[in-house]
Design a protein around this ligand. Structure first.
Ligand SMILES: Cc1ncc(C[n+]2csc(CCOP(=O)(O)OP(=O)(O)O)c2C)c(N)n1
Length: 333
């Protein structure tokens, strides 16, 4: 059975800049998302969008220790992860607006195809769970090249019900690959609760136990706890000791996609996660209670981030859409 990860967190033992940076990342992620939804409502962005509001702590806490040469495979709710890995906000907006400012320079990226190899963001696949196969390749490449680069693979509870997870865990275990598996368990895959669709004993992380991989369940909305567990897993991978499986518990504040009525979720439960378990609200409270940051400093940070976002949107929007000469770009004859 998976271990429930617990650690005494003394907020005073962290450096103030480190803590404020975590808060900055979380707030940037949320404001990015809210402003993107606004652009959708204004008719400027079309297609499906899977909002990551509610799980900012999970992404911010598990990426800040990574280097550019460490690779992440984000999931379809993964703007959170791309922002935490340092992909510029304007480039992500460019991907949604379809302009040449985007990471794919307007070739139709949306949420699942943006890529920024210089920061270890290699892109994604349309079918959920495809990253389980690819991460074995990047993990193996680190081993063959003799680097200590780590690959971090994000996926939802729904994706975890797909069979490629098992092949991936088996290989990662046999070859002691430097991979950190992070299951973002927000409990639902579209409208199915994970307990209805998984043959697990209790936790999804229990599966990794069967492959001899250290496995933990953690409160993914506690950014510092998330940071501690991932740091341990990343250090372990860098030392050549192999993969770790982290199941991070969270909840999405919005429906599966923008437009989903979200009526399959109990209203009281949703209210509880929004009011009691919001990662940003709770972290702000902890920082203030510990005397690390004042309300005025938080207000300034919020304003700075909103200005940054508006400037990013303007930059992305003012770029042109790609011309038809790009249509064959990237195709082989
Ligand atoms: C192989 C495959 N099956 C189904 C889909 C359609 N689909 C996209 S997201 C999704 C639910 C994923 O749930 P989960 O992994 O729990 O992530 P969450 O949306 O809850 O964050 C499904 C069924 C897909 N993209 N690929």
């Amino acid at each position: 059975m998976a271990d429930i990860y617990k650690k005494e967190i003394n907020i005073q033992s962290y450096d103030k800049d480190f803590l404020v940076n975590l808060l900055r990342t979380m707030v940037s992620i949320r404001r990015f998302d809210e402003n993107l939804i606004r652009l959708m409502q204004e008719g400027k962005v079309s297609g499906f969008y899977h909002s990551g509001i509610g799980s900012e702590g999970l992404s911010a806490g598990s990426i800040n220790m990574l280097r550019d040469s460490d690779v992440i495979f984000y999931n379809h709710r993964g703007c959170n992860q791309k922002i935490a890995k340092g992909v510029p906000l304007s480039k992500l907006y460019g991907d949604f607006l379809g302009t040449t400012h985007g990471t794919t320079r307007g070739l139709g990226a949306g949420i699942v195809h943006s890529a920024d190899p210089s920061r270890g963001v290699l892109g994604q696949c349309g079918t959920i769970g495809s990253q389980f196969n690819i991460v074995v390749g990047t993990g193996y490449a680190s081993k063959v090249k003799g680097t200590d680069d780590v690959s971090v693979c994000y996926f939802g509870d729904g994706a975890a019900s797909r069979e490629p997870l098992h092949g991936s865990l088996n290989w990662a275990s046999i070859y002691k690959l430097p991979i950190v598996y992070i299951c973002e368990n927000n409990q639902y895959a579209i409208s199915s609760h994970y307990k209805e669709t998984h043959g697990i004993r209790e936790h999804i992380a229990d599966w990794a136990y069967g492959y001899g991989i250290p496995n933990y369940v953690v409160d993914g909305n506690d950014v510092l706890l998330m940071n501690e567990i991932t740091k341990e897993a990343v250090e372990r991978a860098r030392r050549g000791e192999g993969p770790t499986f982290i199941e991070a518990e969270t909840f999405r504040h919005r429906g599966h996609y923008e437009g989903d009525p979200y009526d399959y979720v109990n209203a009281e439960e949703l209210k509880y996660w929004k009011e009691q378990r919001d990662p940003i609200k709770n972290f702000k409270r902890d920082l203030q209670q510990a005397g690390i940051i004042t309300e005025a400093e938080i207000d300034n940070l919020e304003k700075e981030i909103q200005d940054e976002i508006l400037a990013a949107i303007e930059l992305a929007e003012s770029a042109p859409v790609p011309g038809r000469e790009r249509i064959f770009e990237g195709l082989f004859s």
